[in-house]
Design a protein around this ligand. Structure first.
Ligand code: FNR
Length: 356
């Protein structure tokens, strides 16, 4: 049996294989509410036997949305549709997860297929953004408000209440989005966080916001597995880097985080990313092997053999896949074929195995 198709046992969940659908914003929500688009989009991956399906960055407060069409989980009315999504994913033997996020200074933007530009606060679909420091992502953006300490506590609380709702909605994996230049990463990165109080400067201060969120979220969980997605490097001089990430992950493991989902970049515009197949895998490798935490590798992983090699080489415990799932929602079926594995397909799809 390949490693890729060996179930992954977490404390309270079993992933039927080690292929996870990476969170992918659909920019198709209405006032933060999910629609049938999300049910069908996420549901198809469960039909396709993904080990887990992680729902897109879902904002913990309205100003935390990247765009006005992002999903949100800041009010109870939003829970109902999520229940439908989690229930369907579970009915197919997959594990539903949600990524809790706040976009910080990268919020208030347009849908990427329009132009990605940030709206000014006074424009329709725009609002005032917040961040650790009043530094804009792009020189043409209106600078964010630097959060005061009482406001930081409020944002921590938003993650707590979002986690409560996520549990009610039936998600079994709660992933905190600490990557890609969004609010938590903005606190971590010395290029973005220029605070001189208890939340800026030293490593201990820059990680404080994330640790406080974890402390706030954990009591809300029972059997749910708590994951953190990190950007392991800013890919920029004097930025957040892999050494600090390894140090952070060791602390996260101590605190009971079960999985680190290892991405990179997104914090600053001057990043220089050498994107090539599996380019982020070495970061997952270091985190896994230096801290002993369960890691997922992501980024330009596009077939079963490549994924299997990563696991065989002990560089990660599972793979997260994004764009290859958009090209083929039944990527898992294809990966099994790549590895000559026989897996169960959804009963309704079994006849698809017949080639003639
Ligand atoms: C993404 N990505 C992403 N990442 C994340 O942490 N939260 C998110 O909501 C999104 N949204 C998103 C939307 C779309 C359409 C794409 C293509 C990507 C990043 C994604 O999860 C993944 O890390 C990267 O795409 C790299 O993996 P692949 O695509 O090379 O497998």
């Amino acid at each position: 049996m390949s490693k890729l198709f060996t179930p992954l046992h977490l404390k309270n969940q079993i992933l039927q294989n080690r292929i996870v659908v990476s969170p992918m914003c659909q920019y198709s929500g209405k006032d933060g509410y999910a629609t049938d688009w999300h049910l069908v989009h996420l549901g198809q991956f469960a039909i396709g036997k993904a080990g887990a399906v992680i729902q897109e960055a879902t904002a913990v407060s309205p100003d935390g949305r990247i765009t006005y069409a992002d999903l949100g989980i800041w009010e109870d009315g939003q829970i109902e549709k999520y229940k439908q999504i989690t229930s369907f994913i579970k009915s197919q033997g997959s594990i539903p997860g949600i990524q809790l996020a706040h976009a910080g200074r990268k919020a208030s933007s347009n849908k990427p297929w329009i132009n990605r530009n940030q709206f000014a606060p006074e424009e329709e679909n725009g609002w005032q953004t917040v961040a650790p420091s009043a530094l804009a992502f792009h020189t043409k953006d209106v600078p964010p408000f630097a959060l005061t300490i009482p406001q930081i506590k409020e944002y921590v609380h938003y993650f707590k209440t979002a986690a409560q709702r996520a549990v009610t909605a039936g998600y079994e994996i709660i992933e905190l989005h600490a990557a890609h230049g969004y609010l938590i990463h903005q606190f971590l990165s010395p290029l973005i966080n220029k605070r001189e109080d208890a939340y800026g400067g030293s490593f201990e201060n820059r990680i404080r916001f994330l640790l406080e969120i974890i402390d706030a979220v954990q009591p809300e969980l029972s059997t749910q597995s708590l994951w953190v997605r990190v950007s392991a490097t800013d890919w920029a001089e004097n930025g957040w880097n892999i050494d600090e990430t390894v140090r952070l992950c060791a602390i996260l493991k101590q605190k009971g985080i079960e999985v680190i989902d290892v991405s990179t970049g997104g914090g600053v515009r001057e990043q220089s990313i050498p994107a090539e197949p599996g380019y982020q895998v070495p970061f997952a490798d270091r985190i896994k092997n230096e801290t002993g935490i369960i890691t997922g590798a992501v980024g330009l992983i596009t077939n079963g053999n490549q994924a299997e090699t990563i696991l065989e080489n002990n560089q990660a415990d599972f793979v997260s896949i994004a764009r290859a799932f958009l090209r083929n929602p039944h990527f898992v079926y294809q990966a099994a074929e790549d590895l000559d594995e026989t897996i169960d397909w959804a009963d309704q799809y079994e006849r698809g195995k017949e080639k003639q």
